[in-house]
Ligand binder design. Structure first.
Ligand code: ATP
Ligand code: MG
Length: 403
């Protein structure tokens, strides 16, 4: 009976001219994500799209749909012919399947088929009468119902449902193009990655690793975090570019004024991210920076750091409270991985008193004390790229093999 899933798309009203392209992209994603379910078929009617279950259990499908960017919401719906007797019978069956006892409900009818011989009010009345007659104990409350019985009368049939599942929202995966995601092993950057993927961006991830100061386990953490994000992406995969960052950090440590160490280190990270962006045709850099959170994230620091690139830098978490970021990371399942106790390269070299108001002139003067261009080129030449895919666990191999 409940054999269809009706998909509703998000944010499409903003982009009327691109609407068809958006919908096509989401539907391709849906079909790809549901590839393993052989019984399913798909039906498109204008802006309405249905997955027809053909006996497949909806419980297996719902969690997958909840991870597809661009789906605003969806409902499991029952379908019958647009005929009042059939509609009454189906509405009754839908309510019988639901645990309606002691709950208040209302009927909401939408008549898309203007040829249908009754008005929506008449349909609502007639169906309600049938329900009250057959289901003693059922209560109506049009102002404050516990649930709504939706009846959608259309030319191709009538669709009845009570529950609406919220999807991710956002834009179809990948529609906005590619970005470079700076990913550490911390709580924030993976959430930032989730946010941009949800908003229709593909990511190439970059991680700066500083063995032996940072361990295999720290890198494994980054791998495990990113693996959690692959499910949301268009191709169910993310490339992780691991940059050998030790030499650059050593040189900074040796040459640069202690309090400017972090500023310079982050300028190097941005420079490498920009070069990677050019190499991979990415249009922006994404990171987990959050205004005011640490010394390198004051507005003054961000300004001096940002100065090395002309690319847009997207900071989805810029204004969130830490507690909100943590909540999001719990929701997407990355929190337990992020709090594993391994060092990342920033924590290893943290000076006692980092500059919270660095000056650009001083930063440039300090970084010119070593030949960073050569080191950056060398680091980029020695990048190791790991392709992470949904459902395949990647074990970080031994350090000797990696660098
Ligand atoms: P996170 O929780 O993501 O580690 P954070 O609050 O610890 O962020 P920082 O350590 O100052 O803040 O880093 C700010 C941002 O810089 C991170 O969110 C991440 O995007 C990027 N970043 C930091 N360390 C690395 C690294 N080793 N490799 C790649 N990107 C990094
Ligand atoms: Mg960090």
């Amino acid at each position: 009976m409940n054999d269809h899933i009706l998909i509703r798309y998000g944010e499409l009203s903003l982009k009327k001219s691109n609407r068809n392209q958006f919908i096509k992209k989401i539907n391709t994603h849906i079909q790809k994500a549901l590839k393993g379910f052989d019984k399913l078929t798909f039906e498109a009617r204008g802006l309405r799209h249905y997955i027809i279950l053909n006996g497949e259990d909806e419980k297996n499908i719902i969690p997958i749909l909840k991870k597809i960017p661009g789906i605003y919401s969806f409902s499991v719906v029952a379908r019958c012919a647009s005929d009042i007797e059939e509609i009454k019978a189906l509405a009754l069956n839908v309510l019988k399947e639901k645990d309606y006892a002691n709950s208040k409900f209302k009927v909401d009818t939408h008549r898309g088929d203007k040829q249908f011989p009754m008005t929506s009010q008449e349909i609502t009345k007639e169906v309600s009468r049938e329900l009250f007659k057959n289901l003693p104990g059922l209560k109506a409350d049009v102002h404050n119902p516990d649930f709504v019985l939706n009846i959608d009368v259309r030319c191709e049939g009538t669709f009845i449902f009570t529950d609406v599942h919220m999807g991710l929202g956002g834009f179809p995966a990948g529609i906005l193009g590619k970005t470079i995601l700076m990913i550490s092993g911390g709580i924030d950057s993976v959430v930032a990655g989730f946010e941009v993927i949800k908003k229709g961006m593909n990511v190439e991830a970059v991680h700066y690793a500083s063995p032996p100061y940072t361990s295999d386990m720290a890198l494994q953490k980054v791998v495990d975090l990113l693996e959690e994000l692959t499910i949301y992406t268009e191709h169910q995969s993310i490339n992780l570019h691991v940059v050998p960052f030790t030499k650059i950090q050593d040189e900074i440590y040796k040459n640069v004024r202690d309090d400017y160490g972090i500023t310079i280190m982050r300028r190097m990270m941005y420079r490498i991210a920009e070069k990677l962006a050019n190499k991979h045709n990415a249009l922006a850099i994404v990171n987990g920076e959050n205004a005011g959170q640490v010394a390198s994230q004051t507005l003054e620091s961000m300004g001096v750091i940002n100065e090395v690139t002309k690319l847009p830098v997207i900071r989805p978490l810029a204004t969130l409270d830490k507690s909100d970021i943590i909540e999001k990371s719990i929701q997407i399942g990355t929190y337990p991985i992020s709090i594993r106790p391994y060092e990342d390269c920033c924590t290893v070299f943290v000076p006692k008193h980092p500059q919270i108001k660095p000056h650009l002139d001083t930063a440039i003067e300090e970084e010119n004390k070593f030949d960073y261009n050569t080191l950056i080129d060398e680091a980029i030449e020695n990048i190791q790229t790991i392709r992470l895919r949904t459902g395949r666990k990647y074990e970080v191999f031994k350090k000797e093999e990696l660098f």
